[in-house]
Design a protein around this ligand. Structure first.
Ligand code: SF4
Length: 335
C-alpha cells in the first residue's frame, strides 16, 4: 500500500534560534499553531480524499523537541490516539540536534513515535557557527547515537552550500553523516530566501552561493556515497513550491524544480565515464548501453547533456537501448 504523509506545520514555536538561512520566524507570525481538532480534521481529510493509501503524521516547521514538554505531550498524545485508531501508521517529527535528550526520547517512545529527523545541515563547526545554528557537529553525533540507542528510525537533513562551505567540508559532512548510519537522508542545497540574514550577506557580496552544476556534482557524490552504504536518499532539492518558482521568495542559489533528476543524470554520467575508463574504450567508437526504459531521460541528461559531454570529452557516441530486464539505476553494456 502506498504511504502518504500528513504534514502538520508547527510554526516556529519550538525554535529558540534564527539560523541565517531560515525565514520561518517571519512566516510563523502569520500562522496559527494547529490544535487537536485541526490535526484530526486534517488526517480525516487526507483519508477521505484517498482511502487506498496509508498515512503517516509528520510534525515539521520548527524544532519539535524544543517545544515545552506539555506541548510535545499534547501533540504526541493526539498522534498516538490516531495511530491507535489505525487512522495513521507512523508518527515522525523533525528537530534540532541539541534538542535531543534522554527525557524527550523517553516521551517520544511512550507515544510510539517511529521516525526522528535531525536537521544537521553541516558537520563543520565553522559552517555551523556562520549559519548561527547554535549547535555543534558533536551535538549531532551525540543526538544521532541516542536516537539509535532508543531504536527510532533516524533521518538526517543536510544543507550543503552554506556560508563557509566548500567541496571539502561538504564531502566531509556527507561522510560523517553516513558514519552515523541513518535510515535515510535528505539533501537540501542552500538557497537564499527572501527575508533571511543570508539574503543580506548575499546582497553585501559576503556570501556567494554554489552554482547549480557544481551543486549537482557534489550532491551526486553524496548520493553515490550513501547508496554504497545502503542508506536511502529520499529527497534531493527543495520541494517545488509556488513561491520558489515564481521567484517571490527565491533570491539566489542552486534551485531547480527537478534538482533530483539532475543529480540522477549526473550519477549516470559518472557510471558511463567509469565504463569508458575501465574498459579503455577508444575515441571514435560507439558505446551501446542497456538501461531501464523509465530512466532513458536521466541517462541522456537534461537536454542531452550526458551525450554531449561524453562526445566532447571522449569523442565517443552513446547509444541507449531500453531494456525492461535492467534494474533501475543500473547500466549494462551491449556486448
Ligand atoms: S532551527 Fe530550524 S526552524 Fe529554527 S531557525 Fe533554524 S532552520 Fe529555522
Amino acid at each position: 500500500m502506498k504511504t502518504s504523509i500528513v504534514p502538520i506545520f508547527i510554526p516556529h514555536l519550538g525554535c529558540p534560534h534564527l539560523c541565517t538561512f531560515c525565514n520561518q520566524k517571519k512566516i510563523s507570525g502569520t500562522l496559527k499553531a494547529p490544535d487537536r481538532i485541526d490535526i484530526i480534521s486534517l488526517v480525516d481529510e487526507y483519508i477521505s480524499a484517498d482511502i487506498s493509501k496509508v498515512y503517516e503524521i509528520a510534525f515539521f516547521g520548527g524544532s519539535f523537541t524544543a517545544l515545552e514538554m506539555e506541548m510535545q505531550k499534547y501533540y504526541l498524545e493526539t498522534a498516538a490516539m490516531l495511530k491507535k485508531e489505525k487512522k495513521i501508521v507512523k508518527i515522525r517529527y523533525s528537530t534540532r540536534p541539541d534538542a535531543i535528550s534522554e527525557q524527550v526520547l523517553e516521551l517520544s517512545k511512550m507515544y510510539s513515535v517511529d521516525i526522528i529527523e535531525l536537521g544537521l545541515q553541516s558537520m563543520d563547526n565553522k559552517v555551523l557557527e556562520l549559519a548561527e545554528r547554535g549547535h555543534t557537529a558533536e551535538d549531532t553525533i551525540n543526538a544521532g547515537k541516542l536516537i539509535k540507542k532508543y531504536d527510532f528510525s533516524l533521518g538526517l537533513q543536510i544543507m550543503p552550500g552554506l556560508m563557509g562551505d566548500n567541496e571539502e567540508t561538504i564531502l566531509r559532512t556527507f561522510n560523517i553523516a553516513a558514519s552515523l548510519e541513518p535510515d535515510f537522508v535528505r539533501i537540501y542545497p542552500t538557497i537564499v530566501i527572501k527575508g533571511t540574514k543570508l539574503e543580506d550577506y548575499y546582497n553585501n557580496k559576503e556570501y556567494i552561493p554554489i552554482d547549480l552544476q557544481k551543486m549537482v556534482e557534489l550532491t551526486a557524490k553524496g548520493w553515490e556515497l550513501f547508496e554504497k552504504k545502503g542508506i536511502k536518499v529520499i529527497r534531493m532539492g527543495l520541494q517545488h513550491s509556488e513561491n520558489l518558482t515564481s521567484e517571490k521568495d527565491l533570491i539566489a542559489g542552486p534551485y531547480h524544480p527537478a534538482f533530483g533528476e539532475l543529480v540522477f543524470s549526473e550519477v549516470f554520467k559518472n557510471k558511463i565515464i567509469s565504463i569508458i575508463e575501465n574498459r579503455k574504450i577508444k575515441e571514435g567508437n560507439e558505446l551501446v548501453l542497456k538501461i531501464n526504459p523509465g530512466e532513458l531521460s536521466k541517462a541522456r541528461g537534461h537536454k542531452n547533456y550526458n551525450i554531449n559531454i561524453i562526445k566532447r570529452t571522449y569523442n565517443i557516441d552513446l547509444k541507449f537501448i531500453p531494456d525492461m530486464s535492467i534494474k533501475k539505476g543500473q547500466i549494462e553494456t551491449e556486448v
